[in-house]
Design a protein around this ligand. Sequence first.
Ligand code: ACO
Ligand code: ZN
Length: 166
Amino acid sequence: MQVILREIGECAVRRAELADLIPVMEINMKTLPEHYSDYFYESLLAELPEAFLVGEIKGKHVGYIMCKTEYGFSNFKKLGFVKKGHVVSVAVLDEHRRKGIGKGLVEEAINGVKSKKCDELYLEVRCSNNDAVILYEKMGFIIKQRLKTYYRDGEDAYLMAIEFES
Ligand code: ACO
Ligand code: ZN
């Protein structure tokens, strides 16, 4: 059964299902230079369905977010070993931006990773991607590191992270 997590204007946010993966891949192709194999999408959906979400307007997919969980060193606590959520990819179709859909997807993904007992959530973003950096900062993410030549084309990434209250 499809449960709507929230509505942002006309856009309904809900968990993704297998049938959503092709539309998600299409949005990814249109919006980002980083692409992934079919298998990778399927494995993220199997691993963390709580934070693999789609936004839909009148049955048309307009955005997605997909995440995974990892164990590793904290981005906040010195020498702390924690369970972290990792936003692998988030995107909204150009024609539906600035309606709050991106923010809604990230907020619902935060709820998803929190429900899996993650202490933090982090992501990498191109240093030139102002729209995304502003969105993440508005939501409380902090730039923790600059990752040199992180992307295949040589651009640097910011590692941004948010810590949850325990
Ligand atoms: N200029 C300035 N501020 C912006 C912009 C912009 N173009 N876009 C978003 N923001 C800020 C604003 O503060 C905005 O609030 P406001 O509209 O009330 O001022 C706030 O972020 C929330 O914006 P949303 O409307 O929720 O964001 P949107 O639905 O437009 O999605 C997103 C943002 C996902 C970054 C979109 O621009 C996009 O898909 N870009 C292309 C793909 C991409 O870069 N994805 C992120 C890559 S990093 C990663 O995936 C881990
Ligand atoms: Zn990443």
